[in-house]
Ligand binder design. Structure first.
Ligand code: PMP
Length: 440
């Protein structure tokens, strides 16, 4: 019996003992293809010697210095690197230890910004239904996933939700992508007006929705329309790239594919690549200056912000990620993964949609392809696929999201960027086997 309170209290978990590239080996010697990089974390693969060496060098030099007293070369180098890769306008970085912390910090930055500039009446945050932004109280409140929120609802701060951009289910027959984007932008505008034109702090969204919908990109123009609505009412745009950012979709930042520059961006997961718990918020010069010229501080902080070993690991991860060729490889392998999934599963009676961008792909499972009716939640199909995949030596990330009260199942794939064509075939073969084990 384990002393750890694991996510699920149930059968004993295998013990991971080593990792190499896309592979994890357990204590019994079984090898698993890490087809989801854990939860879209393992960006560079397991056992990267350069990242390990960078961490070791930092540990040998100094492992910790509190951020109220010191900065470090590692933290400064990481911040320079991130700003250098970000679009013009995102000029500053706040370092944290993970995704939820990044979202919490971004929300507080947004609120404090309006206090600094003399608009303290602004207090509402708008996000989207069927979204996930983290499990801490503030981030959970912003998320719009009913299943994750339900029992904690009474202690969550008030937030407001509009529809996600989810073409597979919500784009109407005969409606163009531009019309659909317009409809969603109008819904956001109506919500802002309902709350009060000078009452809203921020709108929060993921460029490509990960955990709740399964790798769903927005339709073209959606983010440009959303940005325009935010600008009309002085609302800050927070893009949560904790899962889809840091190269996952074939560009270092996912939002650069949308043609917008947000006011705040959160990153984590792939930033540390699993080598260290680390996250970051990139913020615009406008927000930074409001703090600098106002109270002179950001009223926040955690013990481990800017942790030197985490920063050294992330700095090396991002340096490797931005070398010529790697993002092109992510796009190429992502296209191959999509093609192979379509070839093997495109006609499967329970596969409704195969989608995504780069090495971030989702498969939506349905009871009926024609009507798109979700599978019966009591069947817990996603959990059964996870088990069947593990039995076949594959880690994938199946989830049962909530579709307006109805649970829908999907499988998320997010393999390390070092995956090759042979390993893509292996991944698809094992996944198809697992889906067939469960759904026939
Ligand atoms: N935002 C998004 C979009 C995420 O996918 C996640 C994690 N799945 C988080 C925030 C929270 O990150 P963490 O688990 O590192 O706290």
């Amino acid at each position: 019996m384990t002393r750890i309170l694991h996510r699920s209290i149930g059968p004993e978990l295998p013990r991971a003992v080593s990792g190499d590239g896309v592979w994890i080996t357990d204590a019994a010697g079984r090898r698993y293809l890490d087809g989801s990089g854990g939860a879209a974390v393992t960006s560079l693969g397991h056992g990267n010697a350069e990242v390990q060496a960078a961490m070791r060098a930092q540990i040998d030099a100094i492992s910790y210095a509190h951020s109220a007293f010191f900065t470090t070369d590692a933290a400064e180098s990481l911040a320079d690197r991130l700003v250098g890769l970000a679009p013009e306008g995102l000029d500053h970085v706040y370092l944290v230890s993970g995704g939820s912390e990044a979202v919490e910090a971004a929300l507080k930055m947004a609120r404090q910004y309006f206090v600094e500039i003399g608009q303290p009446q602004r207090r509402h945050v708008i996000a989207r239904r069927q979204s996930y932004h983290g499990n801490t109280i503030g981030a959970l409140a912003v998320g719009g996933n009913e299943w994750r929120r339900r029992q904690f609802q009474p202690i969550l701060p008030e937030t407001h939700h509009v529809s996600p951009c989810y073409a597979y289910r919500d784009q109407r027959a005969g409606e163009s992508a531009a019309e659909y984007a317009d409809r969603l932008a109008a819904e956001l505008e109506a919500k802002i007006r309902e709350l009060g034109e000078d009452q809203v702090i921020a709108f929060v969204a993921e460029p490509v929705v990960g955990a709740t919908l399964g790798a769903v990109p927005a339709v073209a123009e959606y983010f440009r329309r959303i940005r325009a609505v935010c600008d009309r009412y002085g609302v800050l745009l927070i893009l949560d790239e904790v899962m889809c950012g840091m190269g996952r979709t074939g560009t270092i930042f996912a939002h650069t594919q949308e043609g917008v520059v947000p006011d705040l961006v959160t990153v984590a997961k792939g930033l540390g690549g699993g080598y260290q718990p680390v996250g970051a918020v990139l913020l615009s010069d406008r927000i930074y200056r409001a703090f600098a010229e106002g109270s002179g501080l950001f009223q926040h902080g955690h013990t481990y912000i800017g942790h030197p070993v985490a920063a050294a690991a992330a700095d090396k991860v991002v340096e490797i990620m931005s070398r010529p060729g790697l993002m092109a490889h992510v796009s190429e392998m992502g296209d191959l993964l999509q093609t192979r999934l379509e070839a093997e599963l495109g006609q499967h009676p329970h596969v409704g949609d195969i989608r995504g961008r780069g090495l971030f792909r989702g498969i939506e499972l349905v009871a009926d392809r024609g009507s798109k009716a979700p599978l019966d939640p009591a069947e817990k199909t996603h959990a059964r696929i996870k088990r069947a995949a593990m039995a076949r030596g594959l880690i994938c990330y199946p989830m049962g999201g909530t579709i307006d009260g109805v649970r829908g199942d999907h499988v998320l794939l997010a393999p390390p960027y070092v995956i090759d064509a042979g390993e893509i075939d292996e991944l698809v073969g094992r996944l198809v086997g697992a889906i067939r084990d469960v759904l026939g």
